[in-house]
Design a protein around this ligand. Structure first.
Ligand code: URA
Length: 425
């Protein structure tokens, strides 16, 4: 394999043979192919794309570049991935819910960066919660209670980590085959047989249009098919934050309410769809009514407490998580129907209060957050409270309020996107 020929072939729009692609990617990981050649190839992929077969090959090559978890001894292994939303606490509800219904969810989860929060950070707002499990602890816990969530391991799909860093620095992130293979390489390496993807569409999402989201969903489902995994994708609306709480402790509180059969209607509705899809994909004969029953009768909440306790969390503190003591209210300046609430800006406001990282490894404040009082479709009057910021005072509050400026679109009724736009199976 000659790297220049690989770049040239992609520049002409040709399809790579599996072995050429493998030698190219592994040559990069091994340090034999320099960054500049890989960057040129990435740019050619952005313009020329990749076939379904090539994308599936690239994914498997990246998945096989590091450790791969073997979950074969566990029943109905399943996983969930979101392309990144604001106020998205669905994993915290879905994980114990599916475990209470016979699924096994042994999940690697990420930390937040920029305006989106990470599940691991949210869980760490529970005193004592341990987000780093050894592989044996992780597998034992998954076997014993059906749910284990740990921080991402550095050895999972290392080729993706290296390629992503290069994409980030060369404006080559935005490519459907590159995004799809990046996400799916980590999912294939983490071993679950079934997967549901929550592909967010809207202002606060990576994919701003339904068309882009549909293309990404289709590419990821196709990769799953090539790899022999059961993958389904739900396209969901991110024209406003999910639920009412945005932050860390405040989102755990909202997730807990949902697990106890209460919680905001949109959080509950999305969890029910995602959980039903992934349980069915894993071979369990359950419908949405069965899943709703586990929320209503306490099975999911009970499994949540066992899970948190198993990872060292103080269950007795769940109803008294620390929330920042000061509040500032952001109000509507006009009257009408709420058409959209820019989720990215709400996430940014929380980040500016200290709840988000600029760079990997930054410390964050898990007690700050926002409470959103209005949902798209609500009528608001000038002066109404739209968002309450929960903070610790200081100049960050002004910066956070500035981030919210212009975030609400208020007007007269137009066609609204539903919460769940489609399911790709
Ligand atoms: N998330 C990923 O894991 N990879 C991408 O390429 C984009 C988002």
């Amino acid at each position: 394999m000659n790297p220049v020929e690989v770049i040239l072939a992609k520049r002409r729009g040709e399809e790579h043979a599996h072995d050429d692609l493998e030698a190219f990617v592994l040559g990069f990981v091994g340090g034999e192919i320099p960054d500049y050649q890989v960057a040129a190839w990435l740019m050619a992929v952005c313009w020329r794309g990749m076939s379904e077969r090539e994308t599936a090959d690239l994914t498997r090559i990246m998945a096989a570049s590091g450790d791969q978890l073997d979950l074969a001894a566990l029943p109905h292994t399943l996983d969930k991935h979101s392309t990144g939303g604001v106020g998205d606490k669905t994993t915290i509800v879905l994980a114990p819910l599916v475990a209470s219904l016979g699924g096994t969810i042994a999940k690697m989860s990420g930390r937040g960066l920029g305006h989106t929060g990470g599940t691991i950070d949210k869980l760490e707002s529970i005193p004592g919660f341990r987000a780093t499990l050894s592989e044996s602890e992780f597998l034992r816990q998954a076997r014993d209670i059906g749910v284990a969530v740990t921080g991402q391991s550095g050895e999972l799909a290392p080729a993706d980590g290296l390629l992503y860093a290069l994409r980030d620095a060369t404006a080559t992130v935005a490519s459907v085959p590159l995004i799809a293979s990046s996400v799916m390489s980590k999912k294939l390496a983490s071993g679950a047989r079934s997967l549901v993807l929550d592909v967010k569409v809207g202002h606060g999402a990576f994919m701003k249009s339904e068309e882009e989201a549909r293309a990404l969903a289709g590419a990821m489902v196709a990769i799953g098919r090539h790899a022999g995994r059961n993958v389904r994708a739900v396209l969901s609306n991110m024209d406003e934050p999910l639920g009412n709480a945005v932050g860390h402790a405040v989102e755990v509180i909202e997730a807990l309410a949902t697990l106890r059969g209460d919680g905001p209607p949109d959080v509950r509705a999305l969890v029910l769809v995602l959980a039903t899809e992934v349980l069915q994909a894993s071979g369990l004969d359950l419908d949405e009514g069965d899943v709703a029953a586990a929320l209503a009768d306490g099975r999911a909440a009970e499994r949540f407490e066992r899970w948190i306790a198993a990872q060292g969390g103080d269950v007795s503190a769940l109803d008294a998580l620390e929330v920042a003591p000061n509040t500032s209210v952001w109000r509507a300046t006009s009257s009408g129907e709420l058409l959209a609430l820019d989720a990215e800006r709400v996430g940014l406001a929380v980040a500016r209060l200290g709840g988000g990282r600029r760079r990997k490894g930054d410390a964050i404040d898990l007690a700050v957050g926002a409470h959103v009082h209005v949902k798209v479709g609500d009528h608001v009057s000038a002066g109404d409270a739209l968002v309450t910021l929960l903070h610790r005072g200081g100049s960050a509050v002004e910066d956070a309020l500035l981030a919210l400026e212009g975030a609400a679109r208020i007007g007269s009724s137009e066609v609204r996107r539903p919460l769940v736009l489609d399911v790709v199976r």
